[in-house]
Design a protein around this ligand. Structure first.
Ligand code: SF4
Ligand code: SF4
Length: 187
């Protein structure tokens, strides 16, 4: 094997494997069907994100999870690339429910201190406006024209609701993310 190939696909050691990871994901809502994957590759072949970025590979992410490569999965940007289009989920012959599985990976990653930086930005917008978009004069004028009252809920109400979910505290404990993503590769 050429040396550059070894560098691209580093060897996995016992230290990289967490044997409890499969159970952890399987016990998370959305992850219940992880063990049913038989690696056919239909998900990767169907995925529109993979069509424009061949580094994104749902089958490979699932294989890594099944091998117990917890850090590699949870610190990966790829689990955040899924657009939630459900194409893979509709085509998977094993009903792995990949779209929901990706959400399970994201939730476990966030609990373990590896939320994607966009989560903090979205949480801040929700805290300020109550939804994931800014509500300003323009939006309120359109609401009034449509016969709706302008949205003007005080920020502390939204922040209080967000804090009650535990997300604010979880985001405070976020760990530094690795600068280089290690996964990708062939389907
Ligand atoms: S389509 Fe389903 S069974 Fe096939 S690799 Fe993807 S998740 Fe696994
Ligand atoms: S739901 Fe996500 S992983 Fe599945 S095809 Fe769509 S973008 Fe790809």
């Amino acid at each position: 094997m050429p040396e550059d190939a070894i560098e691209e696909y580093p060897l996995v050691t016992d230290d990289d494997i967490d044997p409890t990871f499969v159970q952890r994901v399987s016990a998370t809502p959305g992850g219940e069907h992880l063990l049913d994957c038989y690696a056919c590759g239909t998900c990767s072949a169907s995925c529109p994100v993979r069509a424009i970025d061949d580094e994104f590979n749902p089958r490979r992410i699932i294989r890594m999870a099944l091998l117990g490569l917890k850090d590699e999965v949870l610190q990966s940007d790829f689990i955040w690339f899924c657009t939630g289009c459900y194409i893979c989920q509709e085509r998977c012959p094993q009903d792995v429910r990949i779209t929901e599985l990706m959400m399970a990976f994201r939730n476990v990653a966030t609990q373990e201190g590896y939320p994607h930086p966009t989560v903090a930005i979205i949480a801040d917008t929700v805290a300020k406006h109550g939804i994931i978009m800014e509500i300003g004069e323009f939006e309120n004028e359109k609401r009034v024209k449509a016969g709706l009252p302008p949205r003007n809920v005080p920020e502390d109400v939204h922040r209080g609701i967000l804090e009650s979910t535990g997300l604010t505290e979880t985001l405070k404990k976020a760990k530094p993310r690795p600068t280089k993503d290690a996964d990708g590769g062939d389907a």
